[in-house]
Ligand binder design. Structure first.
Ligand code: FES
Length: 172
């Protein structure tokens, strides 16, 4: 039996998006925040969610979906429980992010954009995560893991597999 997530936004969510939109001279200004609000409620963004956001803020659904497709950080319906973003921008690259990506890719047995067969992890490369001084850097869902080493990566993924919250490994 498969379970299907209800992707119909609550009336109060639609109202919150409409209220937000009124604060901007053009609806485009509210779009990213409106999508985040919808994503938080449903757990991901799909065409049905985009359609409702589009109606609420008064934009064409195709433009809303185009925005979601452009930004890799919106959670998709097919994503795993933990969405892993490994920074590939220059400061992280200079500190070995390509090796980090390859290590994680081998460890999970998936390539960029793929999800592990158990549905636990989806792997992405990301542009700058805004923490260049702690490169190389990785984001898993809403958490950052910084100054990564292979040992830290092993611990992080062991913890995630065991349902624990890994230590954040922030060192300045
Ligand atoms: S370059 Fe990786 S966090 Fe900025």
């Amino acid at each position: 039996m498969t379970t299907q997530t209800n992707t119909t936004l609550k009336p109060e969510t639609i109202d919150a998006i409409k209220l937000l939109t009124r604060r901007f001279p053009k609806p485009d200004g509210a779009l990213l925040t409106a999508l985040r609000i919808a994503e938080r409620e449903v757990g991901f963004v799909n065409p049905h969610v985009c359609e409702q956001v589009a109606v609420a803020i008064g934009m064409p659904p195709a433009k809303v979906w185009g925005t979601v497709s452009f930004y890799t950080t919106f959670r998709k319906e097919t994503d795993g429980k933990h969405v892993v973003y490994i920074c590939a921008t220059l400061p992280c690259a200079l500190r070995g992010s390509e090796n980090v990506f390859d290590y994680v890719s081998d460890k999970l047995g998936v390539k960029k954009g793929q999800t592990t067969p158990d549905g636990l992890f989806t792997l992405h490369k990301a542009e700058c995560l805004g923490s260049c001084n702690t490169a190389p850097c990785m984001q898993v869902n809403d958490d950052y893991y910084e100054n990564l080493t292979f040992e830290k990566i092993d611990q992080i993924f062991d913890d995630l597999r065991n349902g624990k919250s890994p230590a954040r490994h922030v060192t300045t």
